[in-house]
Design a protein around this ligand. Structure first.
Ligand code: DON
Length: 582
């Protein structure tokens, strides 16, 4: 028997059954196995419910809520509050994010935007110096970079409208309050991340008192982290609802802290903040439906734009992480990121041509300019013209319950521990999210992203994000829930998780562990993780790509659902992650 190139590649990629002829016989004998015997990494399996998050204790909190009768939304909220305690570098109530919810019975998907918002006194030149130059210090290391936090409003809205109704906000907060009040054992992840952030945390006595020792060094693994003030703030929310955060003592302390650090936040900014529901952005890919986060995230739009371009190629035939496949991913990504810089911003302020950017026709036009053999220099690429709109921290968690309801949630303080500033007396770490604005044309932000007028700072505007909480459906059934942190790379990570499962038939764990690449148009280079073969890299170089080895990136938390079985994969690139199910 001679095997075709496709058969061999499929075997190498770990298809359910590597050779069609054998697969045929096997299917006749028994039902196709859900996980290939060729698998090199195995997902966690569950039947009734699963939470995959970056911190296992928080995953357990969510699973307990489902065991007690809660739905995926209840579990997501309890997990999200718990992460604010157990993963303080990214879990938060002082930051913001996005939640994509799917309700199985109603067959309805909703996007909740609880992105931080610039205060009412923000001006377009807020991050520039006297000569009009961008001063990153202002957006990244001062109170000017602090956006009005959105997490508490977002979670409260999600519970009220889409929770099971069996749990009060106070009940969903209770596990987090206990963890903060009683303290948690410092695990390997905290013991790693605290020393890295010690300089930034140490600048503020209020932060140092909680996260560092008196001499300014970080506590070690096995010691306890007690967050009494945070327990107090969470309790205030439990008693009074969001008003316990956005008004009164807690709000006063947050505003005072941001302004003492150079910001211009007002009590009115806090009081008037609201989370909003937005229509999800939808696309399709090889017969699946993709549902993701719309602006002010660029994530969903560009994951779909890149998928649309790639749909024109038989990636499965080219082979997983082959030079041919990676070349096309990089070429498609460049085009999407060029569009991001020009067209994306807060839809409450600018017209974002979402429909044009995610249209198949537009992708066709972009695809026509791609050479399968030569890298096109980024300098020759400018943003496209879609049809106008007619018609080192962030963390992601994925939740699915027994009825097929799902939550993909990504939220963030931007940098690890945000600005590093705890608002004194609240235990709340404040974000530096406003660095995600384009301070001015051609001034890259912390992730090297460019932007223009559409994403200029402005009063009550939400900065553009790359966060990509995403759901994939097959024949109307929920199939994949995924997302990741990683700044601009988030888009590439969500994209490659989907490609790895859909095109290359990897299971969720293999899809997560596989080495990743990233290209964001500018700078003109492919960032690649360790694990790609040197042969592949040489071929890419010979096609004109610049290659840059990079530290492992992201922390994808994925649930893959096949015939009702939940297969969870928590990214092993970070310590302490956990896929927990029952
Ligand atoms: O919203 C965004 O796109 C960024 N603020 C996310 C930051 C991030 O993912 C950092 N984590 N690695």
């Amino acid at each position: 028997m001679r095997f075709s190139r496709r058969d061999l590649l499929a075997g190498a990629a770990g298809l359910l059954a590597p050779f069609p002829a054998l697969a045929q016989t096997r299917r006749q004998q028994q039902q196709e196995p859900i996980i290939s015997t060729y698998a090199r990494a195995l997902p966690v399996l569950a039947e009734h419910g699963m939470v995959v998050s970056q911190e296992e204790r928080a995953s357990r909190v969510g699973v307990e809520i489902m065991r007690a009768g809660g739905n995926a939304v209840d579990a997501a909220i309890a997990t999200g509050f718990a992460l604010a305690v157990t993963l303080p570098r990214a879990g938060n109530i002082g930051g913001g994010g996005f939640m994509v919810v799917h309700l199985a019975r109603e067959k309805k998907s909703i996007a909740i935007d609880y992105r931080e918002m610039a205060g009412g006194l923000t001006t377009p030149s807020v991050f520039l110096d006297g000569r009009g130059e961008f001063e990153p210090e202002k957006s990244q290391s001062s109170g000017l970079g602090v956006g009005v936090p959105g997490t508490v409003a977002g979670f409260a809205l999600a519970r009220e409208k889409y929770g099971s109704g069996k749990f009060t906000l106070a009940e969903l907060l209770a596990p987090a309050i206990a963890l903060a009040r009683d303290g948690i054992e410092i695990d390997a992840d905290l013991a790693d991340s605290l020393p890295q952030a010690a300089a930034r945390l140490g600048r503020y006595p209020s932060s140092k008192a909680i996260f560092l020792r008196e001499d300014g060094t970080a506590p070690k693994r096995g010691e306890r982290l007690v967050q009494t003030d945070l327990a107090g703030t969470l309790s205030s929310i439990a008693r009074e609802g969001p008003r316990g955060f956005y008004e009164g003592e807690v709000a006063r302390k947050i505003v005072a802290a941001a302004n003492e650090a150079g910001g211009r936040m007002t009590l009115d900014d806090m009081k008037t903040y609201s989370a909003v529901e937005r229509p999800v952005v939808r696309g399709s890919y090889r017969g699946r439906e993709i549902v993701s986060m719309p602006p002010p995230s660029s994530g969903g739009v560009h994951v779909i734009e890149i998928l649309n371009i790639l749909e024109g190629y038989d990636l499965g035939e080219l082979g997983h992480n082959s030079a041919d496949a990676l070349h096309l991913i990089a070429e498609a990504s460049k085009l999407a990121f060029a569009d991001r810089a020009a067209h994306l911003g807060d839809p409450d302020f600018v017209r974002v041509p979402v429909a044009g950017l995610v249209s198949k026709k537009y992708a066709e036009a972009l695809r026509a300019a791609i050479s399968t053999q030569r890298a096109r220099p980024s300098s020759e690429i400018s943003p496209g013209k879609p049809q106008p709109y007619e018609s080192d921290q962030t963390t992601h968690f994925s939740v699915v319950d027994g009825e097929g309801n799902a939550v993909a949630n990504t939220y963030t303080l931007n940098f690890s521990y945000g600005l590093g500033l705890v608002a004194a007396g609240t235990g709340v770490l404040l974000n530096n999210e406003l660095d995600d604005f384009a301070a001015r044309e051609n001034a890259p932000n912390a992730y090297g992203l460019l932007g223009g007028a559409a994403n200029a700072p402005g009063p009550r505007k939400r900065p553009l994000s790359s966060m990509s909480p995403t759901l994939v459906f097959r024949d109307g059934e929920l199939e994949i829930v995924t997302g990741s942190p990683g700044g601009s790379r988030i888009i590439s990570i969500a994209l490659q998780i989907i490609l790895n499962i859909v095109d290359f038939n990897l299971n969720a764990a293999e899809a997560t562990e596989a080495p990743r690449i990233h290209h964001q148009w500018m700078p003109d280079q492919i960032d690649f993780e360790r694990g790609l073969s040197i042969d592949t890299l040489r071929i890419l170089e010979s096609r004109g790509h610049k290659l840059r080895p990079t530290r492992a990136f992201g922390s994808a938390q994925t649930i893959h659902r096949v015939r009702g079985v939940l297969m969870g994969a928590a990214d092993s690139r970070q310590r302490g992650t956990g896929a927990v199910g029952y």
